[in-house]
Design a protein around this ligand. Structure first.
Ligand code: PLP
Length: 360
């Protein structure tokens, strides 16, 4: 399917304002955004325009009832300098999974990928070259209908913005296993990448930070024992030579980095099991010396080595030798910049020969 995307280019790029050696986190945006409106039961008017604020009606439903979902992905450049996306069709699929849970209309997956490609092709000068750096892409949908009342909105906006990012957590992180607040439970919205999940996580995360930790390690809502995930990441443990990650239980976000790491580890001959994992078991493995490595996985951070887990009044230290985690990180980063072969077929080129004659 081909989609006609109208492109209006900015008069003068803001790229000169960016210091590529010192990229601030999440505050710099590229020149353009992709936009599409949902009206009269369909997504219409796909376009790329100069990035600008959008007037918002004070009754916009997303502000009151929280119909808002998002995706997070990254564009890099391969060895020949061609911009590439990492498994964008998976993000398209997950966006629609989230949309379904939140009562938001489905977005055409081909248009999602096409919009990304065209935006990235247009903004390719903003893609930082350094390994571990990338152009972060944030597709999202929110209800912009002005209406006070509880029902699904009939007007939405789909937008993609882009923000250059340097290497994220370069330091190993410290996690705080939360035993009062929860992130999600079965039947809730934990499996959806919904803005509201983050709203509920902000206060517990601030508390964890005030205790000197970087992120919350979320436990299950019933027993505060089964490990779910970390702030914006899924989690993996290496115990006695084997890898374990919590199985997708209906409350855990199905990370694309997670699924890629599972595939990679298995291809390298590691035994990897998806199953329920308790914090008790991790405490035991730590105490008997079999807990060898632990890391978080997510698009924003890539692979974040875990240096310590705090749980009640116990502190579980982890080794700062993480050879396999480091291999995973180097392999993912290497594939993304074309230093290593794309052996799993994860990359999609955004080298659009799209029709710039449509400029206005
Ligand atoms: C986005 C996200 C992840 C990581 O997913 P990726 O697709 O790997 O980026 C993990 N947990 C939560 C809660 C998330 O929102």
């Amino acid at each position: 399917m081909s989609h006609k995307i109208r492109i209006t280019k900015i008069k003068e790029s803001n790229i000169t304002s960016l210091d590529f050696n010192n990229i601030p986190l999440g505050t710099t945006f590229t020149d353009h955004m992709f936009m599409c409106d949902f009206e009269d039961g369909q997504w219409i008017n796909p376009r790329i325009e100069p990035l600008a604020s959008i007037p918002t009606h004070p009754a916009a439903m997303a502000l009151h009832y929280g119909q808002a979902i998002f995706e997070g992905m990254k564009a890099t450049k391969d060895a020949t300098g061609v911009p590439v996306l990492f498994r964008p069709e998976k993000n398209a699929e997950r966006l629609n999974f989230s949309a379904d849970r939140m009562g938001i209309p489905q977005f055409p997956e081909t248009l999602f990928v096409e919009g990304l490609k065209q935006l990235v092709a247009l903004e390719q000068a903003w893609i930082p070259a350094e390994e571990g750096s990338a152009l972060y892409l944030r597709p999202f949908i929110y209800a912009d209908e002005a209406f006070i009342g509880m029902r699904a909105a009939t007007h939405y906006k789909f937008i993609i913005i882009a923000s250059p990012s340097g290497p994220f957590f370069t330091k190993p992180i410290r996690l705080y296993a939360e035993t009062k607040y929860i992130r999600a439970t079965n039947g809730g919205t934990g499996e959806a990448k919904a803005a509201g999940n983050y709203a509920a996580a902000i206060k517990p995360t601030e508390i964890a930070k005030s205790k000197g930790y970087d992120q919350v390690l979320w436990l299950d809502a019933h027993e505060f024992n089964y490990i779910q995930e970390v702030g914006t990441m899924n989690i993996f443990f290496k115990i006695n030579g084997e890898f374990f990650t919590p199985s997708l239980d209906g409350a855990i976000l199905n990370g694309i980095t997670r699924m890629s790491v599972i595939e990679l580890l298995r291809s390298r001959g590691y035994k990897l099991t998806e199953r329920p994992i308790t914090i008790d078991e991790i405490v035991k493995a730590s105490q008997n010396g079999t807990l060898e490595e632990a890391f978080g996985t997510g698009t924003a951070v890539g692979i974040a080595m875990i240096q310590e887990i705090g749980y009640k009044d116990i502190s579980l230290p982890l080794s700062d030798e993480n050879p396999v985690s480091q291999m995973v990180l180097d392999t993912l980063n290497g594939i993304k910049i074309g230093k290593l072969e794309d052996e799993f077929g994860w990359l999609v080129k955004a080298d659009h020969s799209f029709n710039l004659s449509e400029q206005h």
